[in-house]
Ligand binder design. Sequence first.
Ligand code: GLP
Length: 211
Amino acid sequence: MLGLATGSTPLSTYAALAKSIREDRIDVSRVKGFALDEYLGVPPHHPESYRSVITREVVEPLGLNPDHVFTPRGTGSGITRAGEEYEALIAEAGGVDIQILGIGSNGHVGFNEPGSSLASSTRIKALAEQTRKDNARFFNSPEEVPTHCITQGLGTILRARQLVLLAFGANKAQAVAAALEGPVSSTIPGSVIQQHARATVIIDEEAAAAL
Ligand code: GLP
């Protein structure tokens, strides 16, 4: 089972996976996918909902069964229970084998903003202003960027059997250095990766500049 991150960073990884699945005729019919997060209040059919993004960037190119790929629910009644529901779905499916992670310029993973509990589970969170600014490029105007999200917690992420953190470009350098070499702290949510026994970090030279 694959844990899926959105954002620009993992796109090259998804493209490489798609190529290898095609060329090596890998059977993906039993692969399941669980996205890290979703915007709150953005309907699934909206082009920038993470459901749509995951469908476009992962499900279709990799040829996964859309019924096997899940995103947290960001709309509908009883939304306060959506976090628990998602945790139950992940557990029923047997847990995430490989969790792909990006990192925000403020050190967030998933949408676990600075201050997130290291033991947190899937829940509704407010987005940091920096994140709303960073993600404004996907919307028509900065005001359109949602203020809240539902995200797997840091505790959820740590339950994956293996983590793969990807970071590219100079604007990730500070976050990467703080996450990998700073103290494990909710100030830099990405620092939880240090607590995982099987974590791989793949970064380019620019993102490694402050190490
Ligand atoms: C987004 C996502 C994260 C992602 C991060 C970095 O808002 N919620 O899962 O890792 O921010 O995004 P990018 O890869 O576009 O820099």
